[in-house]
Design a protein around this ligand. Structure first.
Ligand code: NAD
Length: 479
């Protein structure tokens, strides 16, 4: 049984209240460890440590800050196996996914923003009789709160730019998947990160998370998670005039046209609906297919999904592992029941899967494909965030666009067509922060990342993140 600690001022410390929460391994459904049930006192300690480390951290020579962040990146890769095993044990995702996606991307996040800080610059505006320049100064202490689906990947996606911009950080990973963030503390110490620059506090959202949001000295909140928690955070932080970046839920459409590159589309669509058990905010859960292609797509897609292997996340032969928690398992099964009540026909999946021991108490769900639903029903409007996709035919481009834009969410959309005009038209008119054409999850870290509507406010990635984590000050000289 592993007991993990908070990482405050460069040290692993227990929560002040001495209270812990059970941590579960979703693949076996059993308790695997204990994590701190931290509260405002631990956050206070973390803020004190972070405040003491600022502004010394931001005053380090750029090369020095760069080197430390690069060392963290290298340290993550040196610990690839241990981190991938921990990520899988905490989240139920396959070790293959953790080894090839989560952990390499976490290392890349630090590497990318380490180099970004060397190139980050600000504007100057010259006019007859005046010269204005913009100082982009770090905010001070900032809060980073992340979810369970891509634990270290999304935690580092926030922390790396925050540190690169010269801030000190109080971070809270999801209480459901705390292990890799805990391991990151030792990697940061080995990388030479000064004590207090990064502090990681574990615990529940409404307790430890909310204490971060409410703390007067925390100047900005970068949050990724549910729309529900995002709106709660905004309610608290907005009257305090904190900067906020909120990356929230999604209900992403895939628009598939008969003129697409069929095999590439089919391969990618299976991945884009079921990778990581469908628990990626960018997964396509509503698949709209042009009527002439629909029968062929339905047959091939269902066959491919039936062939996906679910089970022991350590077995490289398996495509899907367990979903992240008992609560989420029950939620997803409830959504499948709702789809049936709404008149949906289950083409494959539709139920939990019973595994042999020692995985017999794990939380496994068969990849599920549903047809026969209207785009306006709850199944097609509400986020499920599991291995469930619906398929539906459309006649005209305008109908596909209307169905795609019909939800309250707007994170990403995927379009499959070889018609350039159509692709540009849809890209312009889809209500989403990211539109992929003939691909999915292809991420250039320099591009803006974020959602519209209930999928959030603000953008991460590249200069957007560096700007978010700095305050612009205009300085004007007269002639
Ligand atoms: P969640 O909102 O329950 O929790 C996310 C984090 O916020 C956790 O660390 C949690 O402890 C904390 N939290 C919860 N309530 C809080 C509060 N009142 N104050 C402060 N912190 C609080 O989300 P989750 O279940 O961990 O993650 C799944 C959700 O995240 C899905 O909706 C998914 O779409 C979304 N997500 C979005 C993106 C994106 O980039 N837009 C990426 C990944 C996941």
């Amino acid at each position: 049984m592993q007991v993990i600690h908070n990482y405050i001022n460069g040290k692993n410390v227990p929560p002040k209240n001495g209270q812990y929460i059970d941590n579960f391994n979703p693949s076996t459904g059993t308790v695997s460890g204990k994590i701190p049930d931290s509260d405002s006192e631990d956050i206070e300690d973390a803020v004190r440590a972070a405040s003491a480390a600022f502004p010394a951290w931001s005053n380090l020579p750029l090369e020095h800050r760069h080197d430390i962040l690069r060392n963290i990146s290298d340290g993550i890769l040196q610990n690839l196996d241990a981190l991938a095993a921990a990520e899988s044990a905490d989240s139920g995702k396959t070790v293959t996914t953790a080894r090839t996606v989560d952990i390499p991307r976490s290392a890349l996040n630090f590497k990318f923003f380490a180099t970004a800080l060397l190139h980050f610059s600000s504007e100057s505006h010259h006019a007859p009789g005046s010269l204005s320049y913009t100082l982009r100064q770090p905010l001070g202490v900032v809060g980073c709160i992340s979810p369970w689906n891509l634990p270290l990947y999304l935690f580092s996606w926030k922390i790396a730019p925050a540190l690169a911009a010269g801030n000190c950080v109080v971070g809270k990973p999801s209480e459901v998947t705390p292990l890799t963030a805990y391991l990151l503390g030792d990697i940061c110490n080995a990388a030479g990160l000064p004590p207090g620059v990064l502090n990681i506090v574990h615990g529940l959202g409404p307790r430890a998370g909310e204490a971060i949001v409410r703390h007067q000295k925390i100047k900005a909140i970068s949050f990724t998670g549910s729309t529900r928690a995002g709106s709660e955070i905004a309610r608290i932080a907005a009257p305090m005039f904190k900067k906020m970046s909120l990356e929230l839920g999604g209900k992403n459409p895939n628009l598939i046209f008969a003129d697409c590159d069929y095999e590439k589309m089919l391969d990618t669509t299976v991945r884009s609906s079921f990778n990581n058990q469908g628990q990626i905010c960018l997964c396509g859960s509503r698949i709209y297919v042009e009527k002439s292609l629909y029968p062929r797509f339905k047959k091939d897609f269902v066959e491919r999904v039936k062939n996906l292997k679910v089970g022991n996340p350590n077995d490289p032969a398996n495509n899907l592992g367990a979903v992240v928690s008992k609560m989420h398992f029950e939620k997803v099964l409830g959504c499948i029941d709702l789809a049936k009540q709404e008149g949906g026909q289950i083409l494959t999946g539709g139920s939990a899967l019973q595994m042999p021991a020692p995985f017999d108490k794990g939380w496994y769900i068969a990849p599920t494909v549903i047809e026969g639903l209207s785009h306006e029903c709850r199944t097609n409007q509400e986020e499920i965030f599991g291995p469930v996709a619906t398929i539906q035919a459309f006649d005209a481009d305008s109908e596909a666009l209307e169905m795609a834009n019909s939800t309250p969410y707007g994170l990403s959309a995927t379009v499959w067509t070889n018609n350039l005009q159509r692709a540009h038209y849809l890209a312009e008119n889809l209500q989403a922060g990211i539109v992929w054409v003939n691909t999915w999850m292809l991420r250039d870290l320099r591009t803006p990342f974020g959602g519209v509507k209930n999928s959030g406010v603000g953008r991460e990635g590249g200069w957007e993140a560096m700007r978010f984590f700095t305050e612009a000050k205009n300085v004007t000289f007269g002639g």
